[in-house]
Design a protein around this ligand. Structure first.
Ligand code: GLC
Length: 556
């Protein structure tokens, strides 16, 4: 088997397919603080994650993307990194990291590290040095410091808004006797504790290359790149205009989104990961993976990041945000396939993440939400391309209702308490037992990273393993059947169904047909089809509303 290919049958064997492993990979997003707690302090950690990695392997994943585990004051749940080449005390040690990576590799899972290049924490030594330095000091050039507008520079330098609400600028505190001129400000597209780096500075470029090499040397098989569309800003930092975050169709026009110099940067990183020797990784250098979080609604702009020599995957944010609506989904899927096929890349389908309201809740909540989320899972896993699953999605977890006093997400505060924030999808996973902490760790429930709901007993991994009809068993079966039925070239996918969007159908490879019934009516399956898998019970060939079935086409 040539390097960079896989058998298409995973560890269990199956039809040969000369494709790089990542083209149709199933990747699992592991959010360590909420995955499993190994030391009983209520916060998930690397030891806990290592002990539970078997769950990810049994799910049929090819790779695990672990979100930041580095030292951080946790102003944004770890996406505010104070030291990019170390492990946070609460997460463990570098030895724990090695144990995690080795166990993952033993299980056949590649490991992706989260790279956060847009900003550092304000506690990062670079930013501390910048604040301590003189206004024109070289230490300030690594970040985006500017003089304010208006008398005394008391207004922010431009109208940019933080993604979490409020201005994207914070005034630099005055130091007695040293700052006499107009006020200076620094840029932060997220919280004030996440100052944006200046990517036109060579030392910033060099530092991230060092970070990439470090994690490759420590076993990483690739990277997920955080807000990969915002690193460069338009020269002169022009105003962005009104409604900058409210109008997604204009995002690619924002002066801090989707700038051209991103592309040469990612080409450089692609070469770096492919050329850096790899003593520890599971993937050979040529098989390493870069996946970008690029939040743009225009599929063609998105696909530009996955052109040959750039990123392997780009999360498909339009699909992740699409409602459970046949017509809209059909359009998004068609556009995503057309745009990525044109550049020779696979789509990276996503239903959920640590930033999104869980599918069960987003699709209507309650029984209806569960039913739709299960149908959406089978739709997603049938599509050609890669899939990213977010921990807990395989358990059909709903968004948890986190009481105000326990909320951690800065979005809650920065939105002026209008947005509850993302904590509801970040509560600890339920593993076993009938009450919190449901086997998450050996900790008192009130000490958990975020509180778990009291009614999750039926949603634990253990409970679901004992129920063949559970969402967990559906996911496991789906990844198994998916492996046995490689999708083949995405360009060949033809979707059929009425323009009204009540249902849609397409073939995955030669032998499998996926049929989604969005309702409201039932559908009858043609007798030439045998049901391989269904997201809800199908009796007498009747597929009820909000159901996806995978059908084997019987040869006549
Ligand atoms: C990404 C992360 C999100 C974080 C933001 C700022 O969108 O997924 O959790 O808040 O970047 O780093």
């Amino acid at each position: 088997m040539p390097a960079g290919t896989h058998t298409g049958g995973g560890r269990t064997g199956g039809p040969r397919q000369a494709e790089p492993w990542w083209r149709d990979a199933v990747c699992y997003e592991l959010y360590p603080r909420a995955f499993a707690d190994g030391d009983g302090d209520g916060t998930g950690d690397l030891r806990g994650a290592t002990a539970r990695l078997g769950h990810v392997a049994r799910l049929g994943a090819d790779a695990v993307w672990i979100t930041p585990f580095h030292p951080s004051p946790l102003a944004d749940a770890g996406y505010d990194i104070a030291d990019h080449t170390a492990v946070a005390d609460a997460m463990g040690t570098l030895d724990n990291w090695h144990a995690f990576v080795d166990r993952a590799h033993e299980l056949g899972l590649r490991v992706l590290v989260d790279l956060v290049p847009n900003h550092t924490s304000s506690a990062h030594p670079w930013f501390r040095a910048a604040l301590a330095a003189d206004e024109e000091g070289p230490e300030r050039e690594r970040y985006v410091f500017r003089t304010g507008r208006g008398p005394g520079g008391l207004l922010p330098p431009n109208d940019w808004r933080s993604a979490f609400g409020g201005p994207a600028w914070t005034r630099v505190p005055r130091r007695d006797g040293r700052d006499a001129g107009p006020a200076r400000w620094y840029l932060h597209l997220h919280t004030p504790d996440q100052p944006d780096l200046d990517w036109t500075r060579p030392e910033v470029v060099a530092e991230y290359e060092r970070i990439i090499r470090f994690w490759l040397d420590h076993g990483a098989d690739g990277f997920r790149i955080d807000v990969a569309h915002t690193l460069f800003k338009a020269p002169g930092l022009p105003d962005a205009g009104p409604r900058q975050h409210e109008d997604p169709h204009r995002w690619h026009l924002l002066p801090y989104y989707d700038r051209e110099p991103l592309h040469p940067l990612y080409r450089r990183w692609r070469t770096l990961v492919e050329e850096h020797p790899g003593p520890r990784g599971l993937a050979t250098p040529a098989e390493r993976l870069l996946v970008g979080e690029v939040i743009l609604t225009d599929q063609r702009r998105l696909a530009r990041y996955a052109r040959p020599g750039e990123l392997h995957h780009v999360f498909n944010s339009p699909y992740a945000e699409c409602p459970w609506e046949g017509r809209a989904l059909r359009r998004v899927i068609g556009e995503a396939l057309a745009a990525t096929t044109a550049v020779g890349a696979p789509v990276a389908w996503v239903l959920g993440s640590h930033d999104a309201v869980r599918a069960v809740t987003r699709f209507g909540g309650g029984e209806k939400g569960v039913r739709r989320a299960r149908a959406a899972a089978l739709l997603t896993l049938a599509l050609p391309g890669a899939v990213y699953l977010y921990q807990g999605e395989e358990l059909g977890l709903p968004q948890a209702d986190v009481p105000e006093e326990r909320r951690r997400d800065p979005l809650w505060r920065m939105s002026g308490h209008t947005d509850p924030g993302r904590d509801g999808c970040r509560v600890p996973l339920p593993w076993s037992g009938t009450e919190p902490p449901y086997g998450f760790g050996d900790c008192a429930p009130d000490r958990c990273w975020l509180p778990q709901p009291g009614d999750w007993a039926a949603l634990t991994v253990r409970a679901q393993e004992e129920d063949p009809g559970s969402t967990l068993e559906l996911y496991r079966a789906a990844t198994r059947v998916r492996r046995a039925h490689p999708a083949g070239p995405a360009a060949r996918l033809r979707m059929a169904g009425p323009a009204s969007g009540e249902w849609l159908t397409f073939r995955r490879g030669a032998g499998l047909r996926c049929l989604v019934n969005f309702g409201p009516g039932d559908l009858r399956i043609a007798p030439a089809h045998e049901v391989l898998l269904a997201s809800a019970p199908v009796a007498d060939g009747i597929v009820p509303a909000d159901t996806t079935v995978w059908l084997r086409v019987r040869e006549r």
